[in-house]
Design a protein around this ligand. Structure first.
Ligand code: ADP
Ligand code: MG
Length: 604
């Protein structure tokens, strides 16, 4: 059956271009040939199952052999093989026409790297490293004759029969000078170990097993044990830290995607959380330069995604903007939301434990992705300052319904705002702790994004903090209050500070500083753009008439103890500012001097 032929049409420049193109990504040919071998075995496997092939005793494997003397590399598989007709059709015509197509596009695009990335050249990529390529193949079909094919990288090929006796295909590359390193076992092994560690079929290089790892993502999630997930994680990401939890992706039509994504423990290193999602295609590693496959807020996830429909020679640039990615990202996001809800419902204590690590991610996700928010809103939890328990907003609002509808009282600093928390507790009003740096943004989103929720920091409105705000003061009291205000005004001397006397819920606090919610937020927003910290100088100073200090002040004044009165007023004011986290540290010297003075007075 000896036969010669010419690869048709304008292909004179085919091979030089192939060579040049692939120069930068040398090992693509190996990926292409090995994946053809995997395809061929997969097909053969199916044919055996359906009884169309009667080679049911075959032990499927792929062997790669390097010969450093002859400068060859051979890839041999136990796949379905090809008949002479099939070689003509699939190698001479189809594979070739796609190679021609490539050349055309390549020329049109003026060597634009984008086009290269989009293009699967398959079998013909072998010519980027070889001067000659030989195929020996025997089809699984009964009575098939083994075929020999060779092509020297010019436009002509020849075909003949040969004496191959085992079913499958064997491809030998005669490596050119620039690519002789692939005849060297060591360097080829490095490539193979990088990409083929999880090969689904037995894969050897010379006598060494290459696929030593098990692709647990390809298994049925119900069959994989917790221990396996953890081991897999530490093998892939040897950080020493265990993952928090994970999801096993198992999408079928129309997306056909598998994978495992882990929530890692967050670290403080800003680069430490940069995600490591390794992209595979049918258990062949493709790249870890993944973008867009998860939404930005999930970039800290680690794991593998196996997307069989992805072109093998995918590059970062070709992956970007792929319309399917949006769908994949959406599916993954939904799956993550389901997982969070499931954990919260079934294992709330664990969930609270994870929350410390995952809360920024979930909150950012909620802000950036409305659909995600709608799914996870009940899994966004906050600690109640009253009970110490964790709660979501809908439960909180349900409890608060009678007292303050749709209004959420919160503290941003449990310690600094402890006196306010006390006042709220005394009135049985529940306060949530919102102390993460993302919380102000979340508040903004929740207030404007719907639901009509209103957030109010507990130190921003006195009416909510005091018991007797509406109580009419007696004439006597009014007179005394006026006097107290006068004393404070004299001491502080700042016209912007508004001073009032009110009865606060607790007698232990002499005074508080109140920054109205909107004003404080405005200040916080402006402060975000400044490197230096600034302080609000317009605020209310509320003197607590329930505190014994207030009464003491007027009697000290009556006794003409002006120094003491001045010291007390200034000090009470400063302490209230500190309580509001609005104390300017440049005034610290003055504060310390005064403290010393007060101590001396106490001691004398
Ligand atoms: P693709 O794999 O995208 O179809 P290729 O250029 O890699 O394109 O291969 C072209 C065709 O040649 C394959 O579709 C297959 O029919 C055939 N082929 C290539 N390698 C093998 C192999 N090892 N065993 C059987 N058939 C093969
Ligand atoms: Mg292929």
């Amino acid at each position: 059956m000896a036969e010669k032929g010419t690869i048709s049409v304008s292909t004179d420049d085919l091979f030089p271009i192939i060579k040049k193109w692939l120069y930068s990504e040398h090992d693509i040919f190996l990926r292409e040939l090995l994946s053809n071998a995997v395809d061929a075995i997969t097909k053969h496997h199916h044919l055996i199952i359906t009884g169309e092939s009667n080679h049911k005793d075959i032990k499927h494997n792929i062997t790669v052999t390097t010969d450093s003397e002859k400068k060859t590399i051979t890839i041999k598989d136990t796949g379905l093989g090809m008949t002479a007709e099939e070689v003509k059709k699939y190698i001479n015509q189809i594979a070739l026409s796609s190679a021609e197509d490539f050349v055309k596009k390549f020329k049109d695009a003026g060597q634009d790297a984008q086009v290269i990335g989009h293009f699967g050249l398959g079998f013909y990529s072998s010519f980027m490293v070889s001067t000659k390529v030989e195929i020996r193949t025997l089809s699984f079909q009964e009575g098939a004759e083994a075929v020999y094919w060779e092509c020297d990288g010019s436009t002509s090929f020849s075909m003949d029969s040969c004496d191959k006796t085992d079913v499958g295909t064997e491809i030998t590359l005669y490596l050119d000078k620039d690519s002789e390193n692939f005849a060297d076992e060591y360097s080829t092994r490095q490539t193979m170990e990088r990409y083929w560690q999880y090969c689904p079929f037995d894969l050897k290089l010379n006598d060494n097993q290459i696929n030593t790892e098990k692709a647990i993502w390809a298994e049925n999630p119900s069959q994989v044990k917790e221990k396996q997930y953890k081991e897999f994680y530490t093998k892939m990401f040897p950080t020493g830290e265990e993952p928090l939890f994970w999801i096993h992706l198992n999408f079928d039509l129309p997306l056909n995607l598998r994978g495992i994504l882990y929530f890692p423990k967050l670290t403080n290193d800003p680069n430490g959380n940069k995600g490591r999602i390794k992209l595979f295609s049918n258990q062949v590693f493709v790249t870890d330069e993944t973008q867009d496959i998860v939404p930005p807020f999930l970039e800290m996830l680690r794991g593998v995604i196996d997307w069989p429909d992805m072109p093998l020679n995918v590059s970062r640039s070709s992956l970007q903007g792929n319309p399917k990615l949006k769908k994949i990202a959406a599916r993954i996001t939904k799956k993550i939301a389901d997982k969070l809800n499931g954990l919260r419902k079934n294992n709330f204590d664990d969930y609270v434990g994870f929350w410390k690590d995952i809360n920024p991610v979930v909150k950012i996700g909620a802000i950036q992705d409305r659909e995600f928010y709608d799914r996870v809103k009940d899994s966004i939890i906050f600690k109640s300052a009253n009970s110490g328990e964790w709660t979501n907003l809908s439960d909180y609002l349900e409890r608060a319904k009678e007292n303050h509808e749709n209004k959420i009282y919160y503290a941003s600093d449990e310690h600094a705002q402890a006196s306010y928390i006390e006042m709220f507790k005394k009135q049985n009003k529940e306060v949530l702790i919102l102390n993460s740096s993302i919380d102000p943004h979340l508040i903004q989103f929740l207030e404007y994004g719907g639901g009509g929720m209103k957030f109010q920091r507990i130190d921003s409105n006195l009416e909510d903090a005091t018991t007797n705000a509406d109580k009419e003061d007696s004439k006597e009291e009014q007179k005394e209050n006026k006097q107290i205000i006068k004393l404070f005004k004299k001491s502080i001397g700042d016209k912007k500070v508004k001073i009032e006397v009110k009865e606060l819920g607790s007698a232990d606090i002499p005074a508080v500083v109140i920054l109205p919610e909107h004003q404080r937020r405005l200040h916080e927003m402006q402060a975000m753009n400044l490197t230096e910290r600034t302080f609000v100088d317009e605020y209310d100073l509320i003197i607590n008439s329930a505190s014994p200090l207030a009464a003491k002040l007027t009697s000290l004044d009556a006794a003409k103890k002006t120094t003491e009165v001045d010291l007390i007023c200034k000090h009470v004011h400063d302490l209230a500012l500190i309580g509001q986290n609005n104390f300017d540290p440049t005034k610290m010297g003055e504060f310390i001097n005064r403290s010393n003075k007060i101590i001396s007075i106490l001691a004398s």
